[in-house]
Design a protein around this ligand. Sequence first.
Ligand code: AMP
Length: 213
Amino acid sequence: MNLVLLGMPGVGKGTQAQKIAAHFLIPKISTGDMLRSAVAQKSELGIKASSYMTTGLLVPDELVISLILERISQPDCNQGYILDGFPRTVVQAQALEDALAKRGASLDWVISIEASEDLLVARLVNRRQCGVCQETYHLEFNPPLQPQKCDRCGGELIQREDDKESTIRSRFAVYQKQTFPLVNFYEKKNMLKRVNGNEAVEVVFAQLLEQLK
Ligand code: AMP
């Protein structure tokens, strides 16, 4: 099963992708997580991507396309995968489709998780992420057991640079302009399913499973 999750920043793509991955025993592939690791390692890709990420802009297509195509050709993707944060532009979606077609493969479903902007801002400003394993928390709804410490690995929790309110607004604008056209792109191909992301994590997950039945 090859899946894509679409949705505005903070809508819960990462959380739901993790739950889908565990349920269907497929890898969750997040371009955001991969890029943040590259930035932390100060690799060539990380150095190129860093300034785009901190200002909430998209990293150039060619960088993320080669990153994702390399990742999905790994053996652990043979039974499928769930993409979180890719594609984010029509150019990326087309590149993915072409690369999959060359391998005789295709995406199965694209799920758009949708929620109100006000709710998303409230979620994002209270989001904290482990600097080591990238597990995410919400200070109010999903707080860590010990302040500032990851329950899973003990790493320090940090606020993502791009989760500050002014950057959040530009990320929304970027989504509307560059990523939202993908909803239409996949709808026309009869590949799109929609889920209401205003609900609690388990309720959203139940809707997702229902859609994927
Ligand atoms: P995310 O964790 O998915 O919110 O991604 C964080 C940031 O990484 C984005 O604001 C972009 O700067 C960059 N990024 C992640 N995925 C992509 C993508 N598919 N295309 C371009 N930039 C991306």
